[in-house]
Design a protein around this ligand. Structure first.
Ligand code: FES
Ligand code: FE2
Length: 422
């Protein structure tokens, strides 16, 4: 459990909050590259860390991310004219470039120097891996993009989706770090098998047999790696090894040679987050069948409304739970791994009350994550910048799912497998 005070501290990310300050030390996904079509794109609203922003691509193709409200009298720059290397407010014509400088102020006398005194709040952006990354913190000289594998593979190797999740980002992340629920929520009725990406032979064989795995967490520079250990054979354990990468990334365990899937739960505000979900193969293009499966299958990547990104199965329709299916086929009666997760996580409430929980040994990873976030937020108040925020290479890791001889610590036995080469 967490005290009311710590729950506030860990969940709130608005400007000036301790967790908001920590979050702003990292480059974070702001929107998808494809959201901004070519030069002089239509401006797009972006809400991020409780701030209302507008993104646009200028005449040179450079992305600008500015505060939505015009510094003149607060009209929305969403309605702005994106023209000749800047975004022009349609109220009185003030124009701003991607650095935030006011480059034209046509309703003031030409001899006035006023435009040089005005700036719109702006955040630096970089594009990589189909994402426009933004840095909203105080030190964009040292901060580095996280060198996540999915953001480095060629476009042909990755399928990236975005989905709206209507709850606080911490509980969404906790859902990803909670390894024990897969033997229940994502299982068939007899719980003989657990849900895992296609080609997960070991998950089919050993995932369902042992429903109370043991957990081991190792803290790292980037967050932690943890192993969930299930009994497999007399000599071996089945290990599912996964990472939490600061502040909100997670990689689902994948077997050697399989497609890997990972998530980013990016806070829109304290009660909503984006789920960016990447499925990628480190070494080969995805096949047409795989892409079709992600796009239309509704299992690994949820079907969403193309405008709001709200999933088809959502809290308003009880995630389309089918009681017949629940009686006869699947443990939950809800179709799709992502929908199953959301049904459990969103219905905890927009910000779950952690003072009322009863955590067990299966919640080890969640407990570690919370302690680490709270510690980092407090350390930052004393001026200690988190290591991974300024060391992008710390993120070059990969998950694993494999059999290891009993007696071998998981991080030793899987050492090579857990590295994503530069
Ligand atoms: S409010 Fe934008 S130019 Fe006046
Ligand atoms: Fe899940």
């Amino acid at each position: 459990m967490l005290s009311k005070e710590d729950n506030e501290l860990i969940t709130r990310v608005g400007p000036g909050t301790p967790m908001g300050r920590l979050m702003r030390e990292y480059w974070i996904p702001a929107l998808q590259t494809e959201d901004l079509d070519g030069p002089d794109s239509e401006p797009k609203r972006v809400r991020l860390l409780c701030e209302d922003l507008v993104a646009f691509r200028d005449s040179h193709g450079k992305v600008g991310l500015v505060a939505e409200n015009c510094p003149h009298r607060g009209a929305s720059l969403f309605f702005g004219r994106n023209e000749e290397a800047g975004l022009r407010c349609v109220y009185h014509g003030w124009k701003f470039d991607t650095t935030g400088a006011c480059v034209d102020m046509p309703n003031e006398p030409p001899e006035s120097n006023f435009k040089h005194k005005v700036k719109v709040t702006t955040y630096p952006c970089q594009e990589r891996g189909g994402i426009v990354w933004a840095y909203m913190g105080p030190n964009d000289v040292d901060a580095q993009l996280p060198d996540l594998e999915w953001a480095r593979v060629p476009d042909s190797h990755i399928y990236l989706s975005k989905c709206l999740q209507e709850c606080n980002w911490v509980q969404a992340l906790e859902g990803g770090l909670d390894s024990s629920h897969i033997s229940f929520l994502h299982s068939k009725l007899d719980r003989s098998t657990i849900a895992a990406p296609r080609g997960s032979v070991l998950a089919e064989q050993f995932g369902g047999a042992d429903q109370h795995p043991r957990f081991a967490v190792r803290e790292t520079d980037y967050g932690f790696v943890y192993g969930a250990r299930r009994n497999a054979t007399n000599d071996q354990y089945y290990w599912r090894i996964t990472q939490w990468l600061l502040p909100f990334y997670h990689i689902i365990p994948a077997e050697d040679g399989a497609v890997v899937t990972g998530n980013a739960w990016v806070p829109i505000d304290d009660e909503h987050c984006w789920v960016y979900r990447a499925s990628w193969h480190p070494d080969r293009p995805l096949t047409e069948a795989e892409i079709r499966d992600y796009r239309y299958g509704g299992v690994m990547h949820e079907e969403v409304d193309p405008v709001t990104f709200r999933p088809r199965a959502n809290m308003r329709n009880d995630y389309l739970v089918d009681r017949d299916v629940q009686r006869t086929e699947s443990f939950s009666g809800i179709k799709g791994i992502q929908a199953q997760d959301m049904a459990m996580i969103e219905t905890m409430g927009p910000i779950c009350n952690r003072a009322r929980e009863h955590l067990g040994t299966s919640d080890t990873a969640i407990i570690s994550m919370r302690r680490r976030l709270l510690r980092l937020a407090r350390e930052l108040e004393n001026g200690d910048v988190p290591h991974a925020a300024i060391h992008g290479e710390a993120y070059r890791v990969r998950s694993a799912a494999l059999l290891l001889d009993r007696g071998i610590p998981f991080d030793e036995g899987a050492r090579e497998r857990l590295i994503s080469p530069a």
